[in-house]
Design a protein. Structure first.
Length: 477
Protein backbone atom coordinates (compact mmCIF):
# COMPACT_ATOMS: atom_id res chain seq x y z
CA UNK A 1 0.00 0.00 0.00
CA UNK A 2 2.92 2.33 0.72
CA UNK A 3 4.33 1.49 -2.72
CA UNK A 4 0.98 2.35 -4.26
CA UNK A 5 0.82 5.66 -2.42
CA UNK A 6 4.27 6.73 -3.61
CA UNK A 7 3.71 5.36 -7.10
CA UNK A 8 0.33 7.04 -7.46
CA UNK A 9 1.72 10.43 -6.44
CA UNK A 10 4.58 10.08 -8.92
CA UNK A 11 2.46 8.78 -11.80
CA UNK A 12 -0.27 11.35 -11.39
CA UNK A 13 2.25 14.13 -10.91
CA UNK A 14 3.79 13.08 -14.21
CA UNK A 15 0.43 13.12 -15.97
CA UNK A 16 -0.43 16.55 -14.62
CA UNK A 17 3.05 17.94 -15.36
CA UNK A 18 2.93 16.71 -18.97
CA UNK A 19 -0.49 18.33 -19.42
CA UNK A 20 1.08 21.66 -18.43
CA UNK A 21 4.34 21.19 -20.37
CA UNK A 22 2.88 19.98 -23.67
CA UNK A 23 0.34 21.38 -26.07
CA UNK A 24 -3.01 19.55 -26.09
CA UNK A 25 -2.12 17.79 -29.37
CA UNK A 26 1.26 16.67 -28.00
CA UNK A 27 -0.35 15.54 -24.74
CA UNK A 28 -2.89 13.58 -26.79
CA UNK A 29 -0.09 11.73 -28.61
CA UNK A 30 1.75 11.01 -25.35
CA UNK A 31 -1.54 9.78 -23.87
CA UNK A 32 -1.93 7.23 -26.66
CA UNK A 33 1.73 6.22 -26.18
CA UNK A 34 1.15 5.73 -22.45
CA UNK A 35 -1.93 3.63 -23.05
CA UNK A 36 -0.18 1.46 -25.63
CA UNK A 37 2.66 0.76 -23.22
CA UNK A 38 0.29 0.21 -20.31
CA UNK A 39 -1.74 -2.20 -22.43
CA UNK A 40 1.36 -4.16 -23.45
CA UNK A 41 2.58 -4.29 -19.83
CA UNK A 42 -0.85 -5.46 -18.72
CA UNK A 43 -0.90 -8.17 -21.37
CA UNK A 44 2.58 -9.28 -20.32
CA UNK A 45 1.47 -9.35 -16.67
CA UNK A 46 -1.69 -11.29 -17.43
CA UNK A 47 -0.43 -14.77 -18.22
CA UNK A 48 2.96 -16.13 -17.21
CA UNK A 49 3.55 -13.79 -14.22
CA UNK A 50 0.19 -14.67 -12.63
CA UNK A 51 0.75 -18.36 -13.39
CA UNK A 52 4.10 -18.12 -11.61
CA UNK A 53 2.49 -16.27 -8.69
CA UNK A 54 -0.08 -19.05 -8.31
CA UNK A 55 2.49 -21.86 -8.47
CA UNK A 56 4.71 -20.23 -5.83
CA UNK A 57 1.82 -19.26 -3.54
CA UNK A 58 0.34 -22.77 -3.54
CA UNK A 59 3.61 -24.73 -3.36
CA UNK A 60 4.70 -26.28 -0.06
CA UNK A 61 8.36 -26.37 -1.09
CA UNK A 62 10.63 -25.65 -4.05
CA UNK A 63 9.59 -28.79 -5.94
CA UNK A 64 8.37 -27.68 -9.35
CA UNK A 65 8.81 -23.99 -8.57
CA UNK A 66 12.18 -23.59 -10.32
CA UNK A 67 10.82 -25.26 -13.47
CA UNK A 68 7.88 -22.85 -13.40
CA UNK A 69 10.29 -19.91 -13.00
CA UNK A 70 12.16 -20.96 -16.15
CA UNK A 71 8.96 -21.44 -18.14
CA UNK A 72 7.57 -18.06 -17.09
CA UNK A 73 10.77 -16.14 -17.85
CA UNK A 74 11.35 -17.71 -21.27
CA UNK A 75 7.68 -17.76 -22.25
CA UNK A 76 7.05 -14.13 -21.33
CA UNK A 77 10.21 -12.97 -23.06
CA UNK A 78 8.99 -14.60 -26.27
CA UNK A 79 5.54 -13.05 -25.83
CA UNK A 80 7.15 -9.64 -25.27
CA UNK A 81 9.15 -9.93 -28.50
CA UNK A 82 5.96 -10.83 -30.36
CA UNK A 83 4.07 -7.83 -28.92
CA UNK A 84 6.95 -5.52 -29.88
CA UNK A 85 6.83 -6.76 -33.47
CA UNK A 86 3.03 -6.38 -33.56
CA UNK A 87 3.31 -2.80 -32.34
CA UNK A 88 5.94 -1.90 -34.94
CA UNK A 89 3.80 -3.40 -37.70
CA UNK A 90 0.66 -1.61 -36.49
CA UNK A 91 2.52 1.69 -36.18
CA UNK A 92 3.86 1.43 -39.73
CA UNK A 93 0.53 0.48 -41.28
CA UNK A 94 -2.02 2.23 -39.06
CA UNK A 95 -0.14 4.98 -37.18
CA UNK A 96 -1.36 3.90 -33.74
CA UNK A 97 0.54 6.66 -31.93
CA UNK A 98 0.18 9.86 -33.98
CA UNK A 99 3.15 12.06 -34.68
CA UNK A 100 6.09 9.84 -33.68
CA UNK A 101 9.29 9.03 -35.56
CA UNK A 102 10.71 5.62 -36.48
CA UNK A 103 13.31 5.99 -33.71
CA UNK A 104 10.59 6.65 -31.12
CA UNK A 105 8.68 3.57 -32.32
CA UNK A 106 11.86 1.50 -31.85
CA UNK A 107 12.23 2.84 -28.29
CA UNK A 108 8.63 1.86 -27.52
CA UNK A 109 9.27 -1.64 -28.91
CA UNK A 110 12.36 -1.99 -26.70
CA UNK A 111 10.34 -0.90 -23.66
CA UNK A 112 7.78 -3.62 -24.38
CA UNK A 113 10.53 -6.25 -24.58
CA UNK A 114 12.09 -5.14 -21.27
CA UNK A 115 8.63 -5.13 -19.64
CA UNK A 116 8.32 -8.85 -20.43
CA UNK A 117 11.16 -9.51 -17.98
CA UNK A 118 10.14 -7.03 -15.27
CA UNK A 119 6.52 -8.24 -15.18
CA UNK A 120 7.67 -11.83 -14.69
CA UNK A 121 9.90 -10.76 -11.82
CA UNK A 122 6.94 -8.90 -10.28
CA UNK A 123 4.89 -12.09 -10.44
CA UNK A 124 7.66 -14.02 -8.72
CA UNK A 125 8.03 -11.44 -5.92
CA UNK A 126 4.27 -11.47 -5.45
CA UNK A 127 4.12 -15.23 -5.11
CA UNK A 128 7.09 -15.29 -2.74
CA UNK A 129 5.25 -12.67 -0.61
CA UNK A 130 8.28 -10.39 -0.84
CA UNK A 131 6.15 -7.28 -0.79
CA UNK A 132 9.08 -5.12 0.31
CA UNK A 133 11.08 -6.13 -2.76
CA UNK A 134 8.04 -5.74 -4.99
CA UNK A 135 7.34 -2.28 -3.62
CA UNK A 136 10.97 -1.19 -4.02
CA UNK A 137 11.08 -2.55 -7.56
CA UNK A 138 7.93 -0.77 -8.69
CA UNK A 139 8.73 2.47 -6.90
CA UNK A 140 12.22 2.59 -8.41
CA UNK A 141 10.85 1.96 -11.90
CA UNK A 142 8.19 4.65 -11.55
CA UNK A 143 10.64 7.12 -10.02
CA UNK A 144 13.17 6.62 -12.82
CA UNK A 145 10.44 6.93 -15.45
CA UNK A 146 9.10 10.17 -13.98
CA UNK A 147 12.52 11.78 -13.50
CA UNK A 148 13.82 10.90 -16.97
CA UNK A 149 10.58 11.81 -18.72
CA UNK A 150 10.32 15.24 -17.13
CA UNK A 151 13.99 15.99 -17.79
CA UNK A 152 13.95 14.82 -21.42
CA UNK A 153 10.59 16.36 -22.33
CA UNK A 154 11.76 19.71 -21.04
CA UNK A 155 15.13 19.51 -22.86
CA UNK A 156 14.55 17.61 -26.11
CA UNK A 157 12.99 19.28 -29.16
CA UNK A 158 11.16 16.02 -29.95
CA UNK A 159 9.12 15.93 -26.77
CA UNK A 160 7.20 12.75 -27.51
CA UNK A 161 10.52 10.98 -28.11
CA UNK A 162 11.75 12.21 -24.74
CA UNK A 163 8.72 10.67 -23.06
CA UNK A 164 9.36 7.35 -24.80
CA UNK A 165 13.00 7.29 -23.64
CA UNK A 166 11.88 8.09 -20.09
CA UNK A 167 9.48 5.14 -20.11
CA UNK A 168 12.29 2.87 -21.35
CA UNK A 169 14.57 4.00 -18.52
CA UNK A 170 11.87 3.18 -15.97
CA UNK A 171 11.37 -0.30 -17.42
CA UNK A 172 15.12 -1.04 -17.27
CA UNK A 173 15.39 0.19 -13.67
CA UNK A 174 12.45 -2.00 -12.58
CA UNK A 175 13.94 -5.09 -14.24
CA UNK A 176 17.35 -4.55 -12.61
CA UNK A 177 15.91 -4.06 -9.12
CA UNK A 178 13.57 -7.03 -9.53
CA UNK A 179 16.44 -9.34 -10.49
CA UNK A 180 18.41 -8.12 -7.46
CA UNK A 181 15.45 -8.69 -5.11
CA UNK A 182 15.14 -12.29 -6.37
CA UNK A 183 18.85 -13.03 -6.54
CA UNK A 184 18.52 -15.97 -4.12
CA UNK A 185 15.43 -17.39 -5.86
CA UNK A 186 16.26 -17.19 -9.55
CA UNK A 187 16.86 -20.75 -10.78
CA UNK A 188 19.90 -22.13 -12.51
CA UNK A 189 19.55 -23.86 -15.92
CA UNK A 190 17.40 -26.96 -15.67
CA UNK A 191 14.07 -28.49 -16.70
CA UNK A 192 11.23 -26.23 -17.82
CA UNK A 193 7.60 -26.87 -16.84
CA UNK A 194 6.24 -25.81 -20.22
CA UNK A 195 3.00 -27.72 -20.24
CA UNK A 196 1.66 -26.92 -16.77
CA UNK A 197 2.84 -23.30 -16.70
CA UNK A 198 1.73 -22.45 -20.23
CA UNK A 199 -1.70 -24.02 -19.74
CA UNK A 200 -2.22 -21.98 -16.60
CA UNK A 201 -0.81 -18.84 -18.20
CA UNK A 202 -3.07 -19.05 -21.27
CA UNK A 203 -6.25 -19.45 -19.23
CA UNK A 204 -5.39 -16.63 -16.84
CA UNK A 205 -3.93 -14.53 -19.65
CA UNK A 206 -7.18 -14.53 -21.60
CA UNK A 207 -9.19 -13.33 -18.62
CA UNK A 208 -6.72 -10.76 -17.26
CA UNK A 209 -5.89 -9.43 -20.71
CA UNK A 210 -9.58 -8.82 -21.32
CA UNK A 211 -9.78 -6.66 -18.18
CA UNK A 212 -6.65 -4.74 -19.21
CA UNK A 213 -8.07 -4.20 -22.69
CA UNK A 214 -11.28 -2.82 -21.20
CA UNK A 215 -9.14 -0.32 -19.27
CA UNK A 216 -7.15 0.93 -22.27
CA UNK A 217 -9.04 0.16 -25.47
CA UNK A 218 -11.17 3.31 -25.29
CA UNK A 219 -8.20 5.66 -25.67
CA UNK A 220 -6.62 3.54 -28.43
CA UNK A 221 -10.00 3.33 -30.22
CA UNK A 222 -10.31 7.11 -30.14
CA UNK A 223 -6.99 7.27 -31.98
CA UNK A 224 -7.74 4.50 -34.49
CA UNK A 225 -11.46 5.08 -35.09
CA UNK A 226 -12.10 8.58 -33.82
CA UNK A 227 -9.54 10.37 -35.99
CA UNK A 228 -11.57 9.40 -39.07
CA UNK A 229 -14.72 10.87 -37.50
CA UNK A 230 -13.50 14.25 -36.29
CA UNK A 231 -11.82 13.30 -32.99
CA UNK A 232 -8.62 15.34 -32.73
CA UNK A 233 -5.49 14.78 -30.65
CA UNK A 234 -6.73 17.62 -28.44
CA UNK A 235 -10.00 15.76 -27.82
CA UNK A 236 -8.01 12.66 -26.86
CA UNK A 237 -5.96 14.80 -24.48
CA UNK A 238 -9.13 16.00 -22.71
CA UNK A 239 -10.36 12.42 -22.51
CA UNK A 240 -7.03 11.27 -21.06
CA UNK A 241 -7.08 14.02 -18.43
CA UNK A 242 -10.50 12.82 -17.27
CA UNK A 243 -9.33 9.19 -17.36
CA UNK A 244 -6.25 9.97 -15.24
CA UNK A 245 -8.47 11.14 -12.40
CA UNK A 246 -11.32 8.67 -12.89
CA UNK A 247 -9.17 5.54 -12.92
CA UNK A 248 -7.07 6.23 -9.83
CA UNK A 249 -9.36 4.09 -7.59
CA UNK A 250 -8.82 1.11 -9.92
CA UNK A 251 -5.13 0.95 -9.05
CA UNK A 252 -5.87 1.19 -5.31
CA UNK A 253 -8.26 -1.76 -5.62
CA UNK A 254 -5.71 -3.68 -7.67
CA UNK A 255 -3.20 -3.29 -4.85
CA UNK A 256 -5.74 -4.55 -2.30
CA UNK A 257 -6.67 -7.62 -4.34
CA UNK A 258 -3.01 -8.42 -5.02
CA UNK A 259 -2.20 -8.23 -1.31
CA UNK A 260 -4.81 -10.84 -0.35
CA UNK A 261 -4.19 -13.10 -3.37
CA UNK A 262 -1.69 -15.48 -1.70
CA UNK A 263 -3.99 -15.88 1.31
CA UNK A 264 -7.03 -16.62 -0.86
CA UNK A 265 -4.98 -19.22 -2.71
CA UNK A 266 -4.23 -20.95 0.62
CA UNK A 267 -7.79 -20.69 2.05
CA UNK A 268 -9.26 -24.06 2.97
CA UNK A 269 -13.01 -23.32 2.96
CA UNK A 270 -15.52 -21.32 0.94
CA UNK A 271 -16.20 -19.16 3.98
CA UNK A 272 -12.49 -18.34 4.26
CA UNK A 273 -12.36 -17.35 0.58
CA UNK A 274 -15.37 -15.07 1.00
CA UNK A 275 -13.87 -13.59 4.15
CA UNK A 276 -10.55 -12.74 2.51
CA UNK A 277 -12.31 -11.20 -0.51
CA UNK A 278 -14.50 -9.03 1.71
CA UNK A 279 -11.47 -8.02 3.78
CA UNK A 280 -10.20 -6.26 0.66
CA UNK A 281 -13.46 -5.22 -1.01
CA UNK A 282 -14.98 -3.56 2.07
CA UNK A 283 -12.55 -0.69 1.52
CA UNK A 284 -14.23 0.13 -1.79
CA UNK A 285 -17.39 1.61 -0.20
CA UNK A 286 -15.48 2.84 2.85
CA UNK A 287 -12.58 4.62 1.14
CA UNK A 288 -12.90 4.64 -2.65
CA UNK A 289 -16.56 5.53 -3.16
CA UNK A 290 -16.19 8.78 -1.11
CA UNK A 291 -13.30 9.79 -3.36
CA UNK A 292 -15.28 8.92 -6.48
CA UNK A 293 -18.11 11.12 -5.25
CA UNK A 294 -15.76 14.07 -5.72
CA UNK A 295 -15.50 13.17 -9.40
CA UNK A 296 -19.25 12.65 -9.75
CA UNK A 297 -20.51 15.69 -7.85
CA UNK A 298 -17.70 18.20 -8.43
CA UNK A 299 -15.90 17.14 -11.63
CA UNK A 300 -15.15 20.70 -12.80
CA UNK A 301 -13.41 21.43 -9.51
CA UNK A 302 -11.39 18.21 -9.67
CA UNK A 303 -10.16 18.98 -13.19
CA UNK A 304 -9.43 22.63 -12.36
CA UNK A 305 -7.29 21.63 -9.39
CA UNK A 306 -4.97 19.46 -11.50
CA UNK A 307 -5.12 20.49 -15.15
CA UNK A 308 -5.00 23.70 -17.23
CA UNK A 309 -8.25 25.44 -18.16
CA UNK A 310 -8.73 23.75 -21.60
CA UNK A 311 -9.19 20.37 -19.89
CA UNK A 312 -12.15 21.50 -17.77
CA UNK A 313 -14.50 20.64 -20.64
CA UNK A 314 -13.95 16.99 -19.74
CA UNK A 315 -16.25 17.22 -16.68
CA UNK A 316 -19.06 15.11 -18.17
CA UNK A 317 -16.52 12.55 -19.38
CA UNK A 318 -15.10 12.38 -15.87
CA UNK A 319 -18.51 11.51 -14.42
CA UNK A 320 -19.08 8.66 -16.89
CA UNK A 321 -15.54 7.29 -16.51
CA UNK A 322 -15.83 7.34 -12.70
CA UNK A 323 -18.96 5.19 -12.87
CA UNK A 324 -17.20 2.79 -15.23
CA UNK A 325 -14.13 2.58 -13.00
CA UNK A 326 -16.22 1.34 -10.07
CA UNK A 327 -17.45 -1.52 -12.23
CA UNK A 328 -13.98 -2.35 -13.53
CA UNK A 329 -12.28 -2.41 -10.12
CA UNK A 330 -15.05 -4.73 -8.88
CA UNK A 331 -14.48 -7.02 -11.86
CA UNK A 332 -10.72 -7.05 -11.31
CA UNK A 333 -11.00 -7.90 -7.60
CA UNK A 334 -13.39 -10.75 -8.41
CA UNK A 335 -11.06 -11.94 -11.16
CA UNK A 336 -8.05 -12.18 -8.84
CA UNK A 337 -10.10 -14.02 -6.20
CA UNK A 338 -11.51 -16.57 -8.65
CA UNK A 339 -8.14 -17.15 -10.28
CA UNK A 340 -6.54 -17.78 -6.89
CA UNK A 341 -9.05 -20.63 -6.51
CA UNK A 342 -8.13 -22.17 -9.85
CA UNK A 343 -11.28 -21.24 -11.83
CA UNK A 344 -9.21 -20.26 -14.87
CA UNK A 345 -11.35 -22.04 -17.48
CA UNK A 346 -14.54 -20.33 -16.30
CA UNK A 347 -12.78 -16.97 -16.27
CA UNK A 348 -11.43 -17.47 -19.79
CA UNK A 349 -14.99 -18.03 -21.02
CA UNK A 350 -16.70 -15.20 -19.14
CA UNK A 351 -14.39 -12.18 -19.06
CA UNK A 352 -14.02 -11.83 -22.86
CA UNK A 353 -17.80 -11.28 -22.98
CA UNK A 354 -17.28 -7.90 -21.29
CA UNK A 355 -14.49 -6.99 -23.72
CA UNK A 356 -16.65 -7.88 -26.72
CA UNK A 357 -19.47 -5.74 -25.32
CA UNK A 358 -17.10 -2.78 -25.00
CA UNK A 359 -15.63 -3.32 -28.47
CA UNK A 360 -19.08 -3.35 -30.09
CA UNK A 361 -20.09 -0.27 -28.09
CA UNK A 362 -16.90 1.56 -29.18
CA UNK A 363 -17.46 0.68 -32.83
CA UNK A 364 -21.01 2.03 -32.66
CA UNK A 365 -20.63 4.98 -30.29
CA UNK A 366 -17.27 6.57 -31.16
CA UNK A 367 -18.20 7.48 -34.79
CA UNK A 368 -21.48 9.01 -33.55
CA UNK A 369 -20.59 10.68 -30.24
CA UNK A 370 -16.79 10.79 -30.16
CA UNK A 371 -15.24 10.95 -26.71
CA UNK A 372 -18.60 10.70 -24.93
CA UNK A 373 -19.32 7.48 -26.83
CA UNK A 374 -15.94 6.06 -25.78
CA UNK A 375 -16.64 6.84 -22.11
CA UNK A 376 -20.07 5.19 -22.25
CA UNK A 377 -18.59 2.12 -23.98
CA UNK A 378 -15.98 1.83 -21.23
CA UNK A 379 -18.65 2.00 -18.52
CA UNK A 380 -20.85 -0.59 -20.25
CA UNK A 381 -17.96 -3.02 -20.73
CA UNK A 382 -16.74 -2.58 -17.15
CA UNK A 383 -20.10 -3.26 -15.52
CA UNK A 384 -20.70 -6.22 -17.81
CA UNK A 385 -17.49 -7.73 -16.45
CA UNK A 386 -18.53 -7.04 -12.85
CA UNK A 387 -21.91 -8.71 -13.39
CA UNK A 388 -20.65 -11.89 -15.09
CA UNK A 389 -17.86 -12.39 -12.55
CA UNK A 390 -20.15 -11.56 -9.63
CA UNK A 391 -22.50 -14.32 -10.75
CA UNK A 392 -19.60 -16.78 -10.92
CA UNK A 393 -18.36 -15.80 -7.45
CA UNK A 394 -21.79 -16.13 -5.86
CA UNK A 395 -22.36 -19.53 -7.45
CA UNK A 396 -19.20 -20.90 -5.78
CA UNK A 397 -18.86 -18.95 -2.54
CA UNK A 398 -22.28 -17.49 -1.80
CA UNK A 399 -23.09 -13.99 -0.63
CA UNK A 400 -22.51 -12.03 2.56
CA UNK A 401 -24.77 -9.00 2.88
CA UNK A 402 -24.09 -6.13 5.30
CA UNK A 403 -26.28 -5.88 8.35
CA UNK A 404 -29.37 -3.66 8.31
CA UNK A 405 -27.60 -1.26 10.69
CA UNK A 406 -24.69 -0.80 8.28
CA UNK A 407 -27.00 -0.53 5.26
CA UNK A 408 -28.92 2.30 6.92
CA UNK A 409 -26.00 4.19 8.43
CA UNK A 410 -23.71 4.19 5.39
CA UNK A 411 -25.81 6.59 3.24
CA UNK A 412 -26.22 8.88 6.25
CA UNK A 413 -22.44 9.13 6.70
CA UNK A 414 -22.07 10.11 3.02
CA UNK A 415 -24.81 12.75 3.06
CA UNK A 416 -22.72 15.66 4.53
CA UNK A 417 -19.94 14.91 2.05
CA UNK A 418 -22.34 15.07 -0.93
CA UNK A 419 -23.78 18.39 0.26
CA UNK A 420 -20.33 19.96 0.68
CA UNK A 421 -19.15 18.62 -2.68
CA UNK A 422 -22.13 20.25 -4.37
CA UNK A 423 -21.14 23.52 -2.69
CA UNK A 424 -17.50 23.08 -3.73
CA UNK A 425 -18.48 22.90 -7.38
CA UNK A 426 -19.80 26.47 -7.38
CA UNK A 427 -17.01 28.30 -5.49
CA UNK A 428 -13.47 29.27 -6.60
CA UNK A 429 -10.72 26.64 -6.65
CA UNK A 430 -8.89 27.27 -3.36
CA UNK A 431 -12.05 27.56 -1.20
CA UNK A 432 -13.39 24.51 -3.04
CA UNK A 433 -10.34 22.51 -1.99
CA UNK A 434 -10.93 23.49 1.65
CA UNK A 435 -14.62 22.55 1.39
CA UNK A 436 -13.71 19.12 -0.06
CA UNK A 437 -11.19 18.53 2.73
CA UNK A 438 -13.79 19.41 5.37
CA UNK A 439 -16.30 17.08 3.71
CA UNK A 440 -13.87 14.16 3.73
CA UNK A 441 -12.95 14.83 7.36
CA UNK A 442 -16.62 14.90 8.38
CA UNK A 443 -17.18 11.63 6.52
CA UNK A 444 -14.25 9.99 8.33
CA UNK A 445 -15.58 11.10 11.72
CA UNK A 446 -19.11 9.96 10.83
CA UNK A 447 -17.83 6.56 9.66
CA UNK A 448 -16.09 6.02 13.00
CA UNK A 449 -19.11 7.19 14.99
CA UNK A 450 -21.43 4.91 12.96
CA UNK A 451 -19.03 2.01 13.68
CA UNK A 452 -18.50 1.30 9.99
CA UNK A 453 -14.87 0.71 10.93
CA UNK A 454 -14.00 -2.14 13.27
CA UNK A 455 -12.71 -1.36 16.75
CA UNK A 456 -9.32 -2.92 16.04
CA UNK A 457 -8.89 -0.73 12.93
CA UNK A 458 -9.68 2.44 14.90
CA UNK A 459 -7.32 1.28 17.65
CA UNK A 460 -4.48 0.82 15.14
CA UNK A 461 -4.93 4.34 13.80
CA UNK A 462 -4.95 5.81 17.32
CA UNK A 463 -1.83 3.83 18.25
CA UNK A 464 -0.08 5.10 15.12
CA UNK A 465 -1.02 8.71 15.92
CA UNK A 466 0.19 8.34 19.53
CA UNK A 467 3.53 7.07 18.29
CA UNK A 468 3.91 10.15 16.12
CA UNK A 469 3.47 12.60 19.03
CA UNK A 470 6.83 11.94 20.77
CA UNK A 471 8.60 12.28 17.42
CA UNK A 472 6.93 15.61 16.80
CA UNK A 473 7.89 16.87 20.26
CA UNK A 474 11.47 15.68 19.81
CA UNK A 475 11.66 17.38 16.44
CA UNK A 476 10.34 20.60 17.92
CA UNK A 477 12.85 20.41 20.76
Amino acid sequence: MLRFGVGAVLNYSLGVALAWMLTPSQFGSVSVLQNVQFLCSALLSAGFPWALTGVIAQADGRLGVDAAYRAALVGNLGFGALLALVFVGAQITRGVVPGISVATAAVIAATIAIASVSTTLQGALHGERRFDGLGFMQTTGIGMKVALTLMLVSLMPLRIGGAAVGFLGGAIAAAVVGAWALRDRLPRPGPIAWRATTSRAVSMGIATSAVSLILTTDVVALSLIGQRHGVSAGDIAVYQAAAVLARAPYFVAETLSSAVFPFIAKAETAAAVRSWFLAAYRWVPLALVPLQLILLVAPETALALFFPAPYERGADLLRILAVGTLGLLTADMLLKTLYARGLTASLARRVPIALMVEAVALAVAVPRWGTTGAAVAFAVGSWTGAIVLGQLFVSHYGTSWPSRRVALRYPLTLAPLVVLLAAADVVPELPALAVIAVGLALYAVAAVQARLLRDDEVARVRTFLRRLRPKRRAAQA
